[in-house]
Each structure stands twice: as structure tokens, then as C-alpha cells.
Write a protein that binds this ligand. Structure first.
Ligand code: SAM
Ligand code: SF4
Ligand code: SF4
Length: 383
């Protein structure tokens, strides 16, 4: 039998691989407005804001212990965007068409006083006066404690990551011995205060947690939680990604269908990344009381065609793709005293020149491109 491929972790700081691209203040006419499109005719609608590069988990597919060890140099506090800076920038993104904000990280609930940021974000409105769709992705470890204060601050809903119901499997994946029960309690706490619908993200790794696929679907059926199976992605450069570890969503669906009836549902909204399926009744119709589940298949079924997301890193770099190696330095522009119009123009110019479609072209990369390409870590720009 062939011996398994050893995992190789590069000993470099992956956060700032490419020097961030400087942005120079333009004339600041602010003329570029909502509705602008990138080179592939995609609008800007969704902004993911990473509020910390730290995490209390060491998920092997995201922040493996071998790299993110106790001496790892996280960003100093002065490098982080302050809440005021995040709001200043978010206002410009919203003026340019952003309607949905997701706070992420690292673990966003580790950022001190995150509720204050949520309060300020919840007060923003779109140019036509609508509230923003405000959500957050969390590992759930602090949710029992924080669900109420998050709701009171104005958070509408959230996504919790949970990779299985078996303690041994989950603990091996979070690598800090964190028990399943505490995450489940956090999910219940979120539902109890009305942070819904709660979504649960399960990253599926072949040979690691595939036996959890069916139990997870059974557990959340009829609970009001929307479970989503996520293909293990080749994001970053430290998680030892191999195509062999990816269990394609098509296979996950087959395994589920062997155990329970499911019917395909229509796509949510443009830019929605999930393929949705409803639990079916005995007539083969979707039973809304049993709920739905979904698949995010960024490896096997790229959705770059309607990718409308931008990402703001913990230190204020603008990234246009999860797989980018380089960001655009909004923090320097902001701290140099640029006006609102100049910030807006800079963002609009960067978006207008956007060509990214990494997942759609992944199959066209040379076979070893995954190991040599320089890419930013997910814990730094957020998922
Ligand atoms: N710490 C929070 C959490 O885990 O929910 C937020 C940040 S985490 C980077 C955001 C999402 O990215 C999580 O649902 C996580 O499971 C997912 N993720 C991280 N690395 C991934 C990878 N290599 N492939 C697929 N999903 C990944
Ligand atoms: Fe932390 Fe989330 Fe990454 Fe896991 S996936 S290490 S919880 S940031
Ligand atoms: Fe968007 Fe990049 Fe993902 Fe394609 S690969 S869907 S462009 S983030």
C-alpha cells in the first residue's frame, strides 16, 4: 500500500504574501455609484469583514496547530481597523451597493466589545433607506454567553460552524478538545433569542468526518436550523489541501438521498452560493416544517459567475477573492486622511477592474499549483 502523502507546512507568514497594493487618493468626485459592475458584469452586494485574526480553535483545515502555534505572531492591536474605521469604510461600501454584511475572522466573538460594532453597523441603511442584512459566522464557543447581547445589539441572524455530532470526531477537527454539546447549546441559545434562521456550516473532509453527514441531517431536520455541507477548499497555504480529501457535494447528496427523501429547491437570491434541498413528505413534496439543507460546492461547482463578495481583512486590506494573494490597502488610504468620496472612488476603481474567478479556473491550473501559489489565509480575510 502506498504511504500517505506527508503534510508539509511552509514556514512563512502567509498573511502578507503579496505586499498590499497601495491606493492613491484620486480626485474624489464620488461619481462612481451603486450599481457598478466588475469586468465580468458582477455587482458588489456582499461585504465580509474580518474583525480578528485570532481564534480559540485550531481547525486542521483552517488554522493548523503546526503553523498557528503559541508563538505565532498575530497582528498587533494598532494594525487592526478600529470600529470607527470599519464603519467609515462600510459606509462607502454601502453607498456602492453593498446590502449584506457578514462579520467573521478568526473567531469574531473574540473581538472585544463586538456588540458595539454591531450596534453601529445595524444603524446603517442602504441609499434607498433599507436596513442592511447583518449576520456573523462563529464557531459557537461563546454563543451561550453572547447570544442575548448580540441580538440586543441588532444582529439579525448567524451561521455556526459544526463539523459533526460525534465528540471524538469534532474534537479531532477543532484540535482544542472543544465538546459538541457546548456548540449545540450555543445554537439553541441563538434560536431562543430569535437570531434566526440559524445556519450551520459543516466542512466535509473525506476520511475525517464523512460518517457525520447523515447524523447531522437527521439531527437538524425539523429544528429550524439550515444545515449546509461545505466542500473542503484549497484556501490559504497551510492546511495541506489535497483533492483526495474533498468529498464532492454530489456524493454527499447521494448518501443523504439513500437515507431520506429530498427535493431540489429554487436558488435563494442572486449571489446565493448554496444549492438548496428540502426535506420531502410522503408525496415527495417539500415539507417546510421539516426544513431544508444545502451544499456549498466551491471546488466541484464553481459559482464565480455571480460572485458579488468583497472582503475586508482585519487590518483593512480589501480582497476581491478568497483565493487572492494580494489585497488593496484601504487602511493606509483611510489613515492618510482621504475624504469619503476618495475612499469611495478607490473602492469603486478596484471593483471595476476585478477579474477574479479562481474556482471556475481551478481545473485549468497546473496540477501542483495549489502547493505553490501564494494565497492569503482564510483566518485573516474571513470565510
Ligand atoms: N471562526 C468562525 C467559524 O469557524 O465559523 C468564522 C471564521 S471561519 C474562517 C468561516 C468559515 O470558513 C467556517 O464555517 C469554516 O468552517 C470555513 N472554513 C475554514 N477553512 C475552510 C476550508 N479550508 N474549506 C472550507 N471551509 C472552510
Ligand atoms: Fe477558527 Fe473558524 Fe478557522 Fe476553525 S474555521 S480555526 S473556528 S477561524
Ligand atoms: Fe468569488 Fe473568488 Fe470564490 Fe470565485 S473563487 S466564487 S471569484 S471568492
Amino acid at each position: 500500500m502506498a504511504s500517505p502523502t506527508p503534510r508539509v507546512f511552509p514556514l512563512i507568514d502567509e498573511r502578507t504574501l503579496g505586499q498590499p497594493m497601495a491606493l492613491t487618493p484620486g480626485a474624489g468626485t464620488g461619481a462612481l455609484a451603486a450599481g457598478m459592475l466588475d469586468t465580468l458584469q458582477r455587482p458588489l452586494r456582499d461585504l465580509r469583514i474580518s474583525v480578528t485574526d485570532r481564534c480559540n480553535f485550531r481547525c486542521s483545515y483552517c488554522m493548523p496547530k503546526e503553523v498557528f502555534h503559541k508563538d505565532y505572531a498575530y497582528l498587533p492591536h494598532s494594525a487592526l481597523l478600529s470600529f470607527e474605521e470599519i464603519i467609515q469604510l462600510t459606509r462607502q461600501f454601502v453607498a456602492l451597493g453593498v446590502q449584506k454584511i457578514r462579520l467573521t475572522g478568526g473567531e469574531p466573538l473574540l473581538r472585544k466589545n463586538i456588540e458595539l460594532l454591531i450596534e453601529k453597523l445595524a444603524a446603517l441603511t442602504t441609499p434607498d433607506g433599507k436596513a442592511l442584512d447583518l449576520t456573523l459566522t462563529t464557531n459557537g464557543s461563546l454563543l451561550t454567553k453572547k447570544a442575548r447581547s448580540l441580538k440586543d445589539a441588532g444582529l439579525q441572524r448567524l451561521t455556526v460552524s459544526l463539523d459533526g455530532l460525534d465528540d471524538a470526531v469534532f474534537k479531532a477537527m477543532n484540535d482544542v478538545d472543544f465538546p459538541v454539546a457546548d456548540v449545540l447549546n450555543g445554537i439553541e441559545a441563538a434560536q431562543a433569542v430569535g437570531l434566526g434562521p440559524v445556519k450551520v456550516n459543516m466542512v466535509v473532509k473525506r476520511g475525517t468526518n464523512e460518517q457525520e453527514i447523515v447524523p447531522m441531517a437527521r439531527h437538524f431536520k425539523g429544528s429550524g436550523v439550515i444545515l449546509r455541507y461545505i466542500e473542503f477548499m484549497d484556501v490559504g497555504a497551510t492546511n495541506g489541501w489535497r483533492m483526495d480529501d474533498v468529498l464532492p457535494s454530489g456524493e454527499v447528496l447521494e448518501r443523504l438521498r439513500a437515507e431520506m427523501p429530498l427535493v431540489a429547491l429554487r436558488k435563494g437570491h442572486p449571489g446565493d452560493t448554496a444549492q438548496r434541498y428540502g426535506h420531502a413528505d410522503s408525496q415527495g413534496q417539500h415539507d417546510p416544517s421539516a426544513g431544508e439543507l444545502g451544499f456549498i460546492s466551491s471546488v466541484t461547482q464553481a459559482f464565480c459567475g455571480d460572485c458579488n463578495r468583497a472582503r475586508l481583512s482585519t487590518e483593512g486590506q480589501l480582497y476581491l477573492c478568497l483565493f487572492a494573494g494580494q489585497g488593496h490597502d484601504l487602511r493606509s488610504l483611510l489613515r492618510s486622511g482621504a475624504s469619503e468620496e476618495q475612499l469611495r472612488d478607490a473602492i469603486a476603481t478596484v471593483w471595476g477592474a476585478r477579474t477574479d474567478r479562481y474556482s471556475a479556473t481551478r481545473g485549468m491550473q497546473p496540477p501542483d499549483a495549489g502547493s505553490t501559489q501564494r494565497r492569503v489565509e482564510m483566518s485573516y480575510i474571513g470565510g
